[in-house]
Design a protein around this ligand. Sequence first.
Ligand code: PMV
Ligand code: MG
Length: 332
Amino acid sequence: MKMTKVQTGGKLYIAGEYAVLIPGQTAIIKNIPIHMTAVVKENSTIKLSSDMFDYSATMSEDKNYALIQASVQTLAGYLGKSIDELVPFSLEITGKMERDGKKFGIGSSGSVTVLTLKALSAFYDLNLSDDLLFKLASYTLLKLGDNGSMGDIACIAYDDLVAFTSFNRQKVAKWIADEPIQTVLDKDWEYQIEVIKPALSCEFLVGWTKQPSISKDMINLVKSAISQEFLAATEKEVQICKQALQTGDKESVKKALQNVSDLLLGLSSAIYNDKLLALKAAEDGLDVIAKSSGSGGGDCGIAISFNREDSQELIKRWQEVGIELLDMEELA
Ligand code: PMV
Ligand code: MG
């Protein structure tokens, strides 16, 4: 019997969050090696299971399984088939990105969308490119009315450190409503995804505040505060940071990340809640730059450390304020 197993990881924003909601703006986003796994097998009917829930679903409407079902629907559309024409399968998803019922906030909904598409791509031997996976996952989320930039999807589909320049989602959403899927996929959406190869010897650390935050609500809260000044200033720092990562210019990386962090602080007081303020303050006197990541309000923050002893001190300081180290890795 045919059986396929695939994985997807998580993501965290390093720079450019909020600004990237506006088309043409760039964000730097890091893949996080905490994985979800999907196993697909031939089955007599379509059966969907996730360890998030204590029951399985079919393709009949189910709120909990809506994202997975929509991803299956997208893939069927891409193949030019109806659901009934698909070779049926069972899809089993495991690896909740959470602990003790609290989510990490590293992109689980984006990850499950890419995971479902990647799993079916493997099962049907489609060999979809990272770029097509990105488009199909974005298509799925836009169709469901997601209000994000799709930067998370770019990072998770490529499973790498990326610079993502956003596209006009309103325009693409209109295409999705008006035109067949193949026509929409064939068009140039005018985004850019560039894999960044850092040349900087440093450690990347993820601190989990254990305070769940809902990106969708944060976006609705903060979006109206985004100004042209914020966009221009953020883009400038993101480009400096990208360049500096690639050339190994430590001081410029630190300065650019400090500046984008200050810009976020000025954007809305909701972004740096007390826990994230403490996560950042822990860098004091260390060869480390720390900041909030993504929509803020809780979830995770990040740090880049240029000294191993300082990394250990940072981890200790985080522990003292109830921030848990989720991931630590060499950037280059
Ligand atoms: O909270 P996260 O890690 O999903 O990041 C959201 C980043 C935003 O720019 C605020 C929204 C988006 O989708 O780009
Ligand atoms: Mg978040």
